[in-house]
Design a protein around this ligand. Structure first.
Ligand code: ADP
Ligand code: MG
Length: 569
């Protein structure tokens, strides 16, 4: 490509830009964090790739991020020597909505329409970080060169629907983003002021693991021999002078490696936001040093809100792996099972080989050991939580825990004890399976449950009449994923889980005499309903209603059939 070409933003990007600019206006400074976070991600990627292709990076592997402001030109520039982007990557990553997918974005957009607008938390989940530049800039220029590429690419846009792409000469690998700043309105911060930038970096990006450097004006003492003095040796002129100097703005401290008491709540909040790309505060912090045969540091956060795309397979996992404070990889699926992928955090394992690949990780004994311990740690934190707090967590992440039951065989029982359900007797309260068992009637042998779409219809289901008559409690399961739970949890603490909706409930056997009495009626009904039902039987299940539909003992529940139909199976 030689010519400069103009392209259109996708429609959803235009909508998104509009939303960002308007809804985040009161939170302007976050663009700095977003751009720094992208630069830091880009350096992570470069370092990862450098391990297998060192030659590509040999010319420039003193990794850092540089900020610069120009008061005259009214620009803010951020440069990194990270992975850069090829032409196609620029086109794919900038100008569309990164990662999360258009569909999900539009969904959330639709949902938020009735509310006050797209909330910052929500925007944070879409990977729209780069576009935050347009909150403060009326033109953004991105120059970038990927390793091994001869030429660089320039992307430029005023955020109004179009962007241009052209090939450029670029001396170094990496990315340079220039923001042509809007004139600040009354009360706005001036982002060409060095001290303002310095404060913002300190506040939001202090723990970024690469130096964030800015050439700043500072005053330094004039060396003794250069000071002009009078005959008594007293200085006549200034003893300090103003100079420009490179300064590293962030402390780069690895907070996971500090001892627990040395990390403040605010540091956790900022760090959590940094690694999770979330905007809200963490719900629970798990910070621990494991000591034993091998030692490693663990810092995990349980988020406050379930991400909208929790179950999307393309969703990144929240764990990052470090070795002696050197980043190895993010999205480290080997550190936690799939269903705990919402947990955000860091593991720093000094005994790990720095050159591990994902393939090796899966087989690594140490990693498997760490994984086991992390899961245990999360469980014991959840088990130790006060009821009210746990329910708050459960309402967001209960589905994730349930997803563990069919998949995490080793921890099935422990996961099951973390389940909570409302029941025919509990009203608004949740009960545990243990509480259920404790409350079982003397003659009751099994744990009864019923699945369906909503509590109201379940409570009044005629299928429950017989059980209610016996004063048995029934678990009300209204989550589609409960179907998988019940299928993979045939029993809990030696009590069978039994669907109130399937087969003969076995409460009292219907005697043969009664069966004979009704045989002609039954065969008549069977004939009439041949194409619709499998069988018509006499049952003790009902007390007030005349008839009801049930499933075979081994058949799918009605709700499950519905779910499968809806998902096209
Ligand atoms: P996210 O960081 O959540 O992916 P962003 O909108 O912040 O979303 O960035 C979009 C994408 O643009 C990134 O995923 C990355 O591929 C690319 N990108 C942004 N900034 C840089 C950079 N400094 N160097 C390399 N790639 C970048
Ligand atoms: Mg980003």
């Amino acid at each position: 490509m030689a010519e400069k070409e103009t392209r259109q933003f996708k429609t959803e990007v235009q909508q998104l830009l509009h939303l960002i600019i308007h809804s985040l206006y009161s939170n302007q400074e976050i663009f700095i964090r977003e751009l720094i976070s992208n630069a830091s991600d880009a350096i992570d990627k470069a370092r990862f790739k450098e391990q297998t292709e060192p030659d590509l990076f040999a010319d420039d592997n003193d990794y850092h991020i540089r900020l610069a402001v120009d008061k005259e030109a009214k620009t803010f520039t951020i440069t990194d020597n990270g992975i850069g982007m090829t032409f196609d990557e620029v086109n794919d990553n900038i100008g569309t909505i990164a990662q999360s997918g258009t569909a999900a974005f539009m969904e959330a957009l639709e949902k938020s329409k009735n509310e006050t607008g797209l909330s910052p938390e929500l925007i944070g989940q879409f990977g729209v970080g780069f576009y935050s530049a347009f909150i403060v800039a009326d033109k953004v220029r991105l120059d970038t060169r990927a390793p091994g590429q001869e030429k660089g690419v320039r992307w430029e846009s005023d955020g109004q629907g179009e962007y241009t792409l052209e090939e450029i000469d670029m001396e170094k690998r990496g990315t340079r983003i220039t923001l042509f700043l809007k004139d600040p309105e009354e009360g706005d911060q001036d982002f060409t002021e060095e001290y303002i930038i310095r404060n913002i970096v300190k506040k939001h990006s202090d723990f970024v693991t690469y130096p964030i450097i800015m050439n700043v004006e500072t005053s330094e003492p004039i060396p003794e021999n250069e000071i002009i003095k009078d005959k008594d040796g007293k200085p006549i002129g200034e003893t300090y002078r103003t100079v420009r100097k490179d300064e590293t703005l962030n402390s780069m401290k690895a907070i996971w490696a500090k001892s627990r008491d040395d990390v403040t709540e605010d540091e956790h909040k900022e760090f959590y936001k940094h690694i999770s790309h979330n905007w809200d505060d963490p719900f629970e912090i798990i910070h621990k040093k494991f000591e034993g045969v091998t030692e490693y540091d663990v810092l995990m956060y349980l988020p406050s809100k379930a991400p909208f795309d929790m179950f999307r397979p393309e969703r990144k996992h929240g764990m990052q792996l470090y070795c002696k404070r050197v980043f190895i990889m993010d999205d480290c699926k080997e550190l936690l099972p799939e269903y705990l992928g919402f947990v955000q955090g860091v593991v720093d394992a000094p005994d790990l080989n720095l050159n591990v690949s994902r393939e090796i990780l899966q087989e690594d004994r140490l990693v498997r050991n760490i994984r086991k311990n992390l899961v245990k740690q999360i469980f014991s934190v959840l088990e130790g939580m006060e009821d009210e707090k746990y329910i708050e967590f459960y309402e967001e992440f209960g589905q994730a825990l349930k997803a563990g039951i069919p998949t995490d065989f080793d921890n099935k029982e422990r996961l099951a004890s973390l389940l909570r359900y409302k029941t025919t007797k509990s009203g608004d309260k949740y009960v545990t399976l243990d509480q259920y068992i404790e409350n079982m009637k003397e003659d009751q042998k099994e744990i009864y449950y019923i699945t369906g779409e909503n509590l109201a219809s379940l409570v009044n289901s005629p299928l429950l009449e017989a059980l209610k008559a016996k004063d048995y409690e029934v678990l009300l399961m209204v989550d589609p994923i409960d179907e998988w739970v019940t299928q993979s949890l045939p029993e809990y603490k030696e009590k069978k889980l039994k669907s109130a909706e399937k087969g003969d409930l076995d409460l009292e056997k219907v005697d043969d005499e009664k069966k004979n009495e009704y045989s002609s009626l039954l065969s008549f009904l069977k004939g009439k309903l041949e194409s619709k039902v499998k069988d018509v039987v006499v049952s003790n299940r009902l007390k007030d209603s005349v008839s009801c539909l049930t499933g075979d003992e081994w058949a799918m529940s009605a709700y499950m059939e519905k779910i499968l139909k809806a998902s096209g199976q």
